[in-house]
Every structure is written in C-alpha cells, then in structure tokens.
Design a protein around this ligand. Structure first.
Ligand SMILES: Cc1cc2nc3c(=O)[nH]c(=O)nc-3n(C[C@H](O)[C@H](O)[C@H](O)COP(=O)(O)OP(=O)(O)OC[C@H]3O[C@@H](n4cnc5c(N)ncnc54)[C@H](O)[C@@H]3O)c2cc1C
Length: 310
C-alpha cells in the first residue's frame, strides 16, 4: 500500500528545506527527496545570507535548515526523482518515481535548482574553496573589492557582469570565450569609458594553487579573482515532462503563489525564472508552502479536554 503525502518536495537546497520547515509546521504530511547536489554546497562562505553577520558556509547553512525541518517532523530522503506523472481520474495529485520507488502526493514542490557550467580545470573545487574562482557577483563582489578581477564567458554576458563589477574594483578585465566583441555599440562605449579591458580568447585556463591563470596570446596571466560566467543548466526536466511553461533557458514560469502552469505543481528557487539567491529561494518557499497548505483540505484539530482542575 502506498501512502498519499500531502506534498512531496523535490530538492533539499535552501528552497526545498525551507518549504519543508513551513509545511511541517502546517502539520502536513510531507517528504523531501534529494539527489545531494545543492548549488549551496559550493559556497565557501556567504556574507549576504540574512542573519549570519560573520558569514556561513553553504554546507553549514544546509545542515542548520535540515535540522530545523527534521525538528518539526520532516522526512528528508536521499534519492533522485526520475519521473513524475499526474494521477488520471482521481482529479489531482502526482506519482513520483524516486530511485525505483513510487510515492504519491497531492501536491509537488519542485526545488531542483540549476547547475553552473564549470570551467574544465584541474583543482576546480580548491579554486572555488579559496574564492579564486567565483560564479556570482551579486553574492560576493563585495569581498572582491579592489582586486584584479577577470570575467570569463561569452563576450556580451561577461561584459555586462564586468560593468557591474567595475563598481567594486578599478581593475576589471573581460576574458572572453568567443570573439564576438561586436555586441552592442553602447556596451562597447561603456567598457571603454570605464577602463575595462578585453583580452583575446585564452588558449587555456589553470589554477596554480592560489590564483587562476589564462594563457593569452602566448603569455600566462594571473588574476586575483576570476568570475566564470559560462551559463547554467536548469534542472526543470520533471516539470517540462508535464508540459509546464518555461523561458528560453528552461527556467520555470510561476504565478505569484509559485504555482507552475501545471495544476498542483509548484516551483521555487533557482529552477524558477528569477534572481538566483538563497534569500529568494527561501522567500519563494514560504510563499509556495503557504499556497500548498491553503489549497489542501483543512485538517481540523481534535478538541482537547482541559486538564482536570483547570
Ligand atoms: C560558488 C557559489 C557561491 C554562491 N554564493 C551565494 C551567496 O553568497 N549568497 C546567495 O544568496 N547565493 C549564493 N549562491 C547561489 C545559491 O547557492 C543558490 O541560489 C541556492 O543554492 C538555490 O537554492 P535552491 O534550493 O533553489 O537550489 P539548490 O541549492 O541547487 O538545491 C537543489 C537540490 O535539488 C536536488 N535535485 C535536483 N533534481 C533532483 C531530482 N530530480 N530528484 C531529487 N533531487 C533533485 C539537487 O541535488 C539539489 O540538492 C552561490 C552559488 C555558488 C555556485
């Protein structure tokens, strides 16, 4: 016999775990399924995560959230959801396949995130851990102030991020992955006016144990900080298999309650077309969990007799 959950949450990053905290506290039967690959695991130390003035690592933040969700009874299971189907005939609800086991749920919250396209370098994890290689100027440009910064990626996107980073450092260089420096003339003018240089396409990229380096026009050049802006892949396959609407990159469209275009299917965090930030994912989670709770039938508490003598 399979148990019918009120809600299945796919993904235990900041978004999914926060949804689990809320739904457990709404006294809903839930389970969180997680393939263990949260983007937050890459964060050496975040300084813009609300409530942590001394900073917190991604792993420590996830551990706190998981402990908080479990303290209210949330079940968090390792496993990858490989397919999802809508129940036919019953009106609503879903069947999820997680590592070969079937789980039924009235609603599903997808918190599956996205993954960055990483540069192919030896020592990648060490480079990220020591913050020589970064992926998110909104997250940590503050900590890169006045450093010698390279922005590596397709020219137009790298140039856009370089202009943002130029408000933190006077030494910002675009190291493009393509020769499409044409872009729009206005952007080219802004790069020149702000003193942002652009190099040729590098022959390779390496990590020397402290800094990332590029071989450019036959000479090796090191930067204090490299922002890799090589794009990302949305983990929206489950929703797309149900016909959910998405943008050109596969990020899911949702309404103001985080409801996708598929009835009963909600999406939060990086998998949604929005700013990819922890604070956004947790905010999405609060909205989605409350919408799920309100969409489900109320389950009224039993009347409890007052203690004798009260
Ligand atoms: C190097 C780095 C530094 C960053 N620094 C900051 C920072 O300082 N501040 C900030 O706000 N943000 C930062 N971010 C961004 C932040 O990590 C993300 O915005 C955040 O993790 C998004 O949370 P999420 O819950 O949407 O997705 P994720 O954290 O990516 O979690 C998604 C989870 O879903 C699981 N999953 C996916 N598909 C399935 C499936 N089919 N079945 C089961 N599980 C599945 C994944 O394995 C993963 O565990 C940083 C990101 C990186 C890479």
């Amino acid at each position: 016999m399979t148990v019918l959950l009120d809600c299945a949450i796919v993904g235990a990053g900041p978004g999914g775990l926060t949804a689990a905290v809320y739904l457990s506290r709404f006294r809903r039967s839930i389970a969180v399924f997680d393939a263990g690959n949260s983007r937050a695991r890459w964060i050496p130390e975040s300084h813009n995560c609300p409530g942590f003035p001394s900073g917190i690592s991604g792993d420590a933040f996830l551990a706190r959230l998981a402990a908080q969700a479990r303290s209210f009874g949330a079940r968090i299971e390792p496993g990858e959801a490989t397919s999802i189907e809508r129940h036919s005939g019953a009106g609503d609800g879903f069947a999820l396949d997680v590592d070969g086991f079937r789980f039924d749920a009235r609603c599903v919250v997808l918190a599956t995130g996205c993954e960055d396209v990483m540069p192919q370098i030896e020592g990648l994890e060490d480079a990220v851990a020591c913050a020589a290689l970064r992926f998110c100027p909104i997250c940590d440009a503050f900590e890169a102030a006045d450093r010698d910064i390279a922005v590596h990626g397709p020219f137009a996107s790298a140039a856009r991020h370089a202009l943002f980073l130029r408000t933190y450092s006077g030494r910002v260089t675009v190291v493009p992955t393509d020769t499409d420096a044409s872009t729009d003339p206005q952007q080219g003018r802004r790069l020149r006016e702000t003193g942002i240089a652009a190099t040729a396409v590098p022959a390779d990229m390496r990590f020397d144990g402290e800094r990332c380096t590029f071989l450019i026009d036959g000479r090796r050049r090191a930067f204090d900080v490299v922002y890799a802006m090589l794009g990302s892949r949305q983990r929206s396959g489950l929703a797309l298999s149900l016909g959910a609407r998405c943008d050109d990159e596969g990020a899911l469209h949702v309404d103001s309650h985080m409801h996708t275009s598929v009835p009963g299917l909600y999406a939060i965090g990086d998998v949604v077309s929005a700013l990819n930030q922890i604070a956004v994912a947790t905010g999405h989670a609060a909205i989605a969990a409350t919408a799920v709770h309100n969409a489900l039938s109320p389950r009224y508490a039993q009347a409890v007799s007052p203690p004798a003598g009260a």
